[in-house]
Design a binder for this molecule. Structure first.
Ligand SMILES: Cc1cc2nc3c(=O)[nH]c(=O)nc-3n(C[C@H](O)[C@H](O)[C@H](O)COP(=O)(O)OP(=O)(O)OC[C@H]3O[C@@H](n4cnc5c(N)ncnc54)[C@H](O)[C@@H]3O)c2cc1C
Length: 529
């Protein structure tokens, strides 16, 4: 098979690329996705995230390497494995980060990626249901809506934040970002509106776009320094596809893995696995950044939480009816309805913490079933610009082995101290008057945690991640950069670009789906399509 363009990975970025590249009927475009299609009720129903978190079918279900600062725990890393990628399994929160993040990218040598350059792209890629404004656009493919359902404890959490002296806001995507409130979500008419729904599904009507699912790319095919296609396996058979240009959209974990398997990366890492060096590029897999996150959990006196208890069954049946009949009620919840961006101390120039409140008892990403059968609520706090840096390496040269994911969480001491400040702030919020009707026993951090050392110990035991790995094929002009800012072409190679969350030079201060869509839209602009 031969195409003009080959897209590897049908996730957030891959869906945008497929739509943009196939707009011109003269372009023959092929999209290879490792997972199945996204035709699933669990994907459509927003609260389906609870089941997708455990899915073997549409979730890669990765684990990190042992984290040295976290008692060598191996942390769960869910990633979407279906059309739409992680946008098909995510919490649908629509945030972009702070304008500073993009001006910072530009200051690192990435001309054209400053806030004033990217704001128009964010605006044109969205359909803001509240209407157009200085910061929002209408008519774009990504539908951005207010939640149709708010759990009472999410409301009380916002009030408690105000009582604790935190600012409130009704828009996290303005110039300041600061404040607590309800998140807006990528939903439409009460259903998840992932990037596949917004971009890919309409484009799949086009005869010049071929989408092949269950096709896992094992390596790129090179002719000298030019990439001419890729090999993939489907139903146990090895296949190949050739293309004039290949766009790698495998996400921050799989894109570097595919490059490494193809002999593109740091010499020593390739040598360790007897992979012939096709192109030495020391930055591939380096610079991994993710948001470390911890949960503070309260038991609830009122039994109204999202519980997996059998006693909650009648409520769940009613919720299903509300969803089926009216597309509203608890099943339209994104399960992290309220939260926001705050400063961990007065001298921070911009918010350095993000909060998410879940009206459920959560431990280990909800994978702890027994715990989730309790009645309670959980407040996440994460630091937005961690200084720790990790890496993606190979387990082996076998393409069906998972990569080694080592975010090295909290290895930078400043990250630990910011997490301690964050945990203290949230604990204070959870004790405020507005939450008193719910406030039962504290589960985490627990009564014994009082001193700063206790908090550090708590974080070593419980700190985890909140699903935003980026940076492993970073954009830039320095020695460790993998792609060039003016084209997203891989340095030193022809016929190959990387377009996904892995190109972020630094992690933005917010959830990463909308920024990934922006990256892909901008990539298409740079390609002139
Ligand atoms: C549980 C969860 C909750 C999240 N919540 C939010 C949120 O509320 N808001 C937000 O903004 N962000 C959220 N995120 C993050 C956001 O969804 C991601 O940052 C974004 O989707 C990343 O897009 P991507 O294109 O880089 O990668 P992905 O969307 O992960 O896409 C990569 C695609 O490539 C495919 N692939 C990988 N390797 C291969 C291969 N070898 N061959 C073929 N195909 C391959 C994968 O199956 C996948 O479909 C969440 C993520 C998760 C996992």
């Amino acid at each position: 098979m031969s195409f003009d363009y080959l897209i590897i990975g049908g996730g957030s970025a891959g869906c945008v690329m497929a739509e943009r590249l196939s707009r011109n009927p003269n372009n023959k475009v092929c999209l290879l996705e490792a997972g199945p299609d996204d035709n699933s009720l669990l994907v459509r129903i927003p609260a389906g995230i609870i089941a997708l978190m455990r899915s073997n079918k549409r979730n890669w279900r990765y684990y990190t390497a042992p984290q040295t600062e976290l008692h060598n725990r191996e942390l769960y890393i869910p990633r979407g494995k279906t059309l739409g990628g992680s946008s098909a399994v995510n919490a649908m929160i629509y945030t972009r980060g702070h304008p500073w993040d993009y001006d910072h990218w530009e200051s690192l040598g990435n001309a054209g990626w400053g806030w004033n350059d990217v704001l128009p792209i964010f605006k044109r890629s969205q359909n803001q249901e509240r209407g157009a404004s200085e910061f929002h656009g209408v008519g774009g493919p990504l539908n951005v809506a207010d939640l149709r359902y708010h759990h009472p404890v999410s409301n009380a959490f916002i009030k408690a934040c105000a009582e604790a002296g935190l600012p409130l806001t009704d828009d996290f995507n303005n110039a300041t970002q600061e404040g607590v409130g309800f998140y807006q979500v990528t939903q439409k008419d009460g259903e998840r509106w992932g990037v596949a729904r917004g971009y890919l599904h309409p484009a799949m009507e086009r005869s010049n776009l071929t989408v092949i699912t269950a096709a896992r790319v094992s390596r790129l095919i090179l002719d000298g320094k030019r990439v001419i296609g890729a090999e993939y396996t489907r139903k146990g058979r090895a296949e190949r596809v050739e293309a004039g240009e290949t766009v790698l959209c495998g996400g921050a974990i799989n894109s570097p893995q595919v490059l490494l398997l193809s002999g593109i990366g740091p010499r020593e890492e390739l040598a360790r696995h007897d992979i012939t060096v096709q192109h030495e590029l020391p930055g591939v897999g380096e610079n991994l950044q993710d948001h470390p996150d911890v949960l503070l959990v309260q038991r609830s006196l009122i039994k109204d939480a999202l519980s997996l208890s059998p006693f909650a069954l009648p409520k769940h049946i009613k919720a299903l009816w509300q969803f089926v009949r009216h597309r509203n009620g608890p099943l339209t919840s994104n399960v992290a309805e309220s939260g926001g961006f705050i400063k961990s101390r007065a001298e921070e120039p911009i918010p350095d913490l993000q909060l998410h409140l879940t009206a459920a008892m959560l431990d280990n990403h909800g994978l702890n079933w027994l715990f989730a059968m309790g009645w309670g609520y959980s407040a996440h706090v994460c630091i937005l610009r961690p200084k720790s840096r990790g890496r993606i390496t190979l387990n082996s040269a076998n393409p069906s082995d998972n990569a080694v994911i080592d975010p090295r969480f909290l290895t930078h001491p400043d990250d630990m101290e910011a997490m301690v400040r964050g945990a203290k702030i949230i604990r204070d919020v959870l004790r405020q008057e507005a939450l008193k009707p719910w406030c039962g026993d504290e589960v985490f951090p627990g009564k014994a945690v009082q001193s700063d050392d206790d908090y550090r110990d708590f974080l070593r035991r419980k700190c985890d991640n909140i699903y935003h790995p980026v940076g492993t094929c970073k954009m830039g002009i320095d020695d460790m950069a993998v792609v060039a800012p003016d084209s997203l072409r891989v340095h030193g190679l022809e016929g190959i670009r990387v377009v996904d969350a892995s190109i972020m030079p630094t992690l933005i201060g917010g959830n990463t789906n909308a920024p990934t869509v922006m990256i892909a839209e901008k990539a298409a602009d740079l390609m002139g399509v």
